[in-house]
Ligand binder design. Structure first.
Ligand SMILES: [Zn+2]
Length: 165
């Protein structure tokens, strides 16, 4: 399935600056392995706004190569469970991030298949999930819902300084 942005749902995404800082650390040059982690954050009650408060970092138990990754470590889930309970069950699993050795990244068939699988597993919880590919020059954001995969307009993505909740 290819991504399109013709009928992207009206959803705004807020990203804490600390999450973007983390992406910048793992941004892939032409030698590094792919990095990956999960996105954690909150949905507004009407689900029109998603706030990404945290991104987990790759762990030595994850499988990583130049062109692929697999989240294997249970550290990601431990962090998620911890933040979930500390936030009064507000912070949840939103999706995943990973890097590509491309200036302006495009998803592979593996990526889109994985996103649709993640969505089908979690769709009973929320209407949409978020996925981001961190490129060398730009990041590309995707939203997955019942209608497929949409490229998110970068105007809908705001960076915000971390706040105490
Ligand atoms: Zn990929």
């Amino acid at each position: 399935m290819s991504a399109n942005n013709s009928t992207a749902p009206p959803i705004s995404v807020l990203v804490y600056g600390s999450v973007i800082d983390k992406f910048n650390i793992y941004k892939q040059d032409y030698k590094q392995n792919e990095s990956c982690g999960i996105l954690i954050g909150t949905h507004s009650i009407d689900e029109s706004k998603i706030t990404i408060t945290f991104a987990t970092e790759p762990d030595c138990n994850d499988k990583r190569s130049r062109f692929s990754f697999k989240i294997k470590s249970n550290k990601h889930n431990k962090i998620l469970q911890n933040r979930f309970s500390k936030s009064g069950n507000r912070e949840v699993y939103l999706g995943t991030w990973h890097t590509h050795p491309e200036d302006h990244p495009n998803p592979s068939k593996c990526d889109t298949d994985d996103w649709l699988k993640q969505y089908s597993i979690n769709r009973n919880l929320f209407e949409s999930m978020l996925f981001v590919i961190v490129g060398i020059k730009t990041n590309k954001w995707f939203l997955v819902n019942d209608n497929g995969i949409f490229i998110l307009d970068s105007n809908l993505i705001y960076h915000e300084k971390e706040e105490r909740v």
